[in-house]
Design a protein around this ligand. Structure first.
Ligand code: NAD
Length: 439
């Protein structure tokens, strides 16, 4: 099939490339010319494991194309996916900003010829599919029977996006007629043959399903973060607690790891957008509201934890920050905890030496100018009073603790926001160790 992706970001690039890998003929469109030029040379503008090889393969085998020309990409497509960003609106009301989705729908409408399925892959609030139908109908030359709008939310995780696409837990398709469902079944047939379950529903249910899934995952994180706080007060250990709680088959072990508060391009904005929708319809989502509130408190609590670890005053002290991305194996720093922690330390007069395996370039755009960037964890620790492990990259999981300590000032402190290390091993080397949710 001929597939066009409008938007070649984390989602559009991964799904477009994977559809090409499955045998479809895919064109990825973006408005950013530099990004398309880079991709046409076989280089990728983001970090995602295994992606670059698949992009190069797709180009070489002639099934994957990149362009800024929406017209040529849409004219010949059977299916057009809209995979543009839906950030939180700048109005401050929590709603998703649908400007890019609607602009993409306008673009697509102008160029469709013959029956085309237009698929909302972006995370969008309930009712967006209907708005896209209206926009396309008002702006296209074709008849209303010549297109269908489908909701097909994306559930991939950055860092494991290829695996998630190729072996999804489920594929959600929201449509209102058989013809559209049939086209979507053809699109996903190669995965269906591998037993990926397809769940059919209305567009409205599909739109809401994505938000419900993200809100529940965010709730699990906020729940365990609050348990971590209580553990610290009563002298309990959240790691053992989470392990035992997660062994209950009804609960499951995933998303029960305490951390500095969830970030990334999805959970923070999607919980807010869900709350805005609920408010609009007069429904109180108290649990989601508490989840978002608990997450903000968690980030603030981490800053206090770091300050307390160095006796309350960070001024003039040097901090090695390990990890700037919101999670390992991505270069994405959107809403990452480091973007809250680092400015708070700098503002109080701290010197910050930061390292991240992939996120430094993106972080530089967001962090104060006086932050220093290190070549590796040991370089970051040079002359530092305190190390703060913010993101659990595998590079930070087996650090040479003796070597780290040698680089640092006397009486070094290690604040481990991800509980990667054990207190006894740190103390053996001579660190003062502060974990997250541990006695
Ligand atoms: P992104 O910001 O990385 O990419 C969006 C891309 O769309 C950008 O490259 C932008 O230049 C391009 N674009 C905007 N308007 C365009 C237009 N009119 N024509 C062509 N290109 C255009 O965003 P993302 O992280 O890929 O997220 C996309 C959507 O998928 C969002 O709704 C997000 O919530 C959802 N989502 C993201 C993830 C994730 O892990 N990143 C996972 C699931 C769902």
């Amino acid at each position: 099939m001929k597939i066009t992706m409008i938007g070649t970001g984390y989602v559009g690039l991964v799904t477009g490339t994977c559809f090409a890998e499955l045998g479809h003929d895919v064109t990825c469109v973006d408005v950013v010319e530099d990004k398309i030029a880079l991709l046409n040379e076989g280089n990728i503008p983001i970090y995602e494991p295994r992606l670059e090889n698949l992009v190069q393969k797709g180009i070489e085998e002639g099934r994957l194309h990149f362009t800024c020309d929406t017209k040529s990409a849409v004219e010949c497509a059977d299916v057009v996916f809209i995979a543009v960003g839906t950030p939180t609106s700048r109005r401050g009301d929590g709603y998703a900003d649908l400007t890019y989705v609607y602009a993409a729908a306008h673009d697509v409408a102008k160029y469709i010829t013959g029956y085309t399925v237009i698929v909302n892959k972006s995370t969008v609030p309930v009712g967006t599919a209907i708005q896209v139908v209206r926009i396309v109908a008002e702006n296209c030359n074709a008849d209303i029977e010549d297109f269908d709008v489908v909701s097909n939310p994306e559930f991939l995780r950055e860092g494991a996006a290829i695996e998630d696409f190729m072996r999804p837990d489920r594929i959600v398709i929201g449509a209102d007629n058989e013809r559209a469902f049939n086209v979507m079944h053809k699109v996903y047939k190669p995965l269906y043959l591998r037993d990926a379950p397809i769940v059919e529903m209305s567009p409205e249910t599909a739109e809401l399903t994505k938000y419900a899934a993200n809100a529940l995952l965010a709730t699990k994180i906020s729940f365990i973060n609050e348990m971590a706080q209580l553990c610290e007060q009563v002298g309990a250990d959240v790691s053992s607690l989470a392990k035992a709680v997660g062994m209950d088959g009804r609960i499951g072990p995933k998303f029960l790891h305490p951390g500095p508060g969830y970030g990334g391009s999805c959970f923070p904005k999607d919980t807010l957008a869900l709350l805005s929708t609920a408010q609009e319809y007069g429904v109180a989502l108290r649990i989601v509201s508490a989840t978002a509130e608990a997450n903000n408190s968690q980030k603030a609590r981490m800053i206090k934890k770091i300050k307390d670890a160095v006796s309350g005053d960070v001024s003039g002290k040097t901090f090695a920050i390990l990890g700037l991305t919101f999670k390992p194996d991505t270069d994405d720093v959107r809403e990452s905890a480091a973007l809250t922690i680092v400015p708070a330390l700098v503002e109080k007069g701290a010197i910050v030496r930061a390292h991240d395996p992939k996120g430094i370039e993106e972080a530089k755009k967001e962090l104060p100018d006086d932050v220093q960037y290190a070549l590796n964890a040991y370089d970051a620790a040079e002359g530092a009073d305190c190390i703060v492990l913010v993101t659990e990259w595998s590079q930070y999981r087996a650090l040479n603790l003796e070597r780290l300590k040698e680089q640092m000032m006397s009486n070094p402190v290690f604040v481990d926001l991800r509980n990667v290390y054990e207190k006894f091993e740190m103390e053996e080397v001579g660190f003062t160790y502060v974990g997250n949710g541990r006695p």
